[in-house]
Design a protein around this ligand. Structure first.
Ligand code: PLP
Length: 464
């Protein structure tokens, strides 16, 4: 921070590996607790963050792959060809499939990738894929799980009704293809364990009924929804307890239906990436609030651009911490983005309580945590943003060859933004990048030290 100033985004990809490794260990613990014979498979739901360093880190950490769109399959195909996505990993293809999504799936399959599982969202998709000569492993997505509790309106547009699932099973039966996976997703960021389990219970019974007739069925996929500690300091969720209960439940229901337990798949979006990056913003000025309202801390960024979920998701919170002045008295304040002139560019939202931050005002630097999932994808990484708010400088810390290395991506410059908008930006006198500069040395693991230089050639990595 001292070297780079604010605004700054700090990306720390080892956190992604830590999340994955931890969940796999918890699942292993749960398997022992529940004496569960099935495997546990961790898939990364790439739509939470498609950044190359993110997806590649998840794959290096052993994650399977979940896609949501045609381009997502194209990226998977590319990574698979390069060997970055190993052939033993599953690729679950979810969501409604347009013709280009279906063609991307067929292309990847006919290129030889066999662990590709199109999860049917509509019977029309099956009609398109059935004639493919290469054998597919299919999944079906249960529509009922999406809004069984009435709490996730919009989520019930995905998947098939029981009648359609039976129809799909009949159509697949006797062909070169197999039906292998049952998908039931409840929602996102579900923090109530009892509710999560209660909602899945009926889906597990549905799996068992289908398994009685379809012996090739072997995966139960509960989708996303695994909560993360990213958004609340007091967050508390017993992951081992939840997974143990889920596995015990599946065990019991399968026994009642006399079918073998499935391998369990979770598709982790938020959980995988929410905590791997933070924004550091600086308070530039304090502005008096209206009568009876807290003052505004005006920051050198945009809340709407950096935290779009604060506007989209009812009640969404982010952890905001001061980087200094922890010994100063605190005062209630609201943050306002100085880089847009939009009345929505505030955090917390008007109906939420204000933040309590040190009273130091201008110069105070704050960290906004938990921004690694969805925020940049919704805002559009690298795009022209609201009020032309530039993307801040980004420091990306990654593991390379057992050591930590940092690289710097300069702040988005005006010429780039203008080009994106169709202006001829030639001759524009704006700096295209930062002066050549050494970046902070990150604590090495192996005793060796490495870092990179911000140079006119962007993102070039150097060692010393
Ligand atoms: C979005 C999505 C996920 C990831 O959800 P999170 O709540 O972010 O973990 C997983 N599976 C499917 C099918 C999804 O659409």
């Amino acid at each position: 921070m001292q070297r780079h100033g604010a605004p700054l985004e700090v990306v720390f990809t080892p956190q992604i590996s830590a999340q994955i490794t931890r969940m796999q260990a918890w699942a292993e613990q749960a398997r022992m607790n529940a004496v569960y014979e099935g495997h546990f498979l961790y898939a990364y739901a790439t739509k939470a963050n498609f950044a190359a360093e993110v997806v590649q880190t998840a794959l290096r950490s052993g994650a399977h792959y979940e896609t949501s769109a045609a381009a997502d399959v194209e990226i998977a195909h590319h990574l698979w060809r390069q060997g970055i996505l190993p052939s033993d990993r599953l690729i679950c293809c979810n969501g409604s499939k347009e013709p280009n999504y279906l063609s991307a799936i067929v292309d990847l399959r006919s290129d030889g990738c066999a662990n590709l599982i199109p999860v049917l969202d509509d019977l029309d998709e099956l009609a398109h894929l059935l004639p493919t000569p290469d054998a597919f492993q299919f999944g079906v997505r249960e529509r009922a799980a999406g809004n069984r509790d009435g709490m996730h309106p919009g989520n019930d547009r995905f998947g098939l009704t029981t009648w359609e699932i039976n129809r799909a099973a009949e159509q697949i039966w006797g062909t070169q293809h197999e039906l292998v996976l049952y998908h039931a997703m409840v929602g996102s960021q579900i923090e109530d364990e009892d509710h999560f389990l209660a909602t899945l219970r009926e889906s597990i019974a549905n799996y068992c009924r289908l398994r009685q007739r379809v012996p090739t069925l072997r995966y139960f996929n509960f989708g996303g929804g695994m909560p993360t500690s990213a958004y609340q300091l007091g967050f508390d969720f017993d992951y081992v307890g939840f997974l143990s209960r889920l596995m015990s439940e599946i065990h019991a229901v399968c026994a009642a239906y006399d079918v073998p337990v499935p391998d369990l798949i979770g598709e982790f979006g938020r959980y995988t990436v929410a905590t791997h990056s933070v924004y550091l913003l600086e308070i530039g000025a304090t502005k008096r609030g209206g009568p009876g309202s807290p003052d505004w801390y005006l920051v050198n960024g945009s809340m709407m651009v950096s935290l779009p979920d604060s506007v989209f998701v009812e009640g969404q919170e982010f952890i905001v911490l001061p980087l200094s002045d922890w010994d100063r008295p605190v005062r209630p304040v609201r943050l306002a983005g100085r880089r847009t002139c939009d009345s929505d560019d505030v955090y917390p939202r008007p109906h939420q309580p204000p933040l309590m931050l040190p009273d130091s005002g201008a110069g105070l630097v704050i960290a906004i945590c938990g921004v690694g999932a969805y925020q940049q994808m919704i805002s559009g990484r690298g795009g022209a943003h609201h009020c032309l708010s530039p993307e801040p400088q980004r420091v990306i810390v990654e593991v390379d060859d057992e050591e930590l290395v940092a690289r710097v991506v300069p702040q988005q410059d005006l010429a780039t933004i203008m080009r994106l908008l169709g202006y001829q930006a030639q001759g524009l006198a704006v700096p295209l990048s930062l002066p050549r500069e050494r970046v902070p040395v990150v604590l090495p693991r192996s005793g060796r030290v490495s870092a990179t230089f911000g140079s006119a050639r962007r993102n070039r990595r150097a060692r010393f």
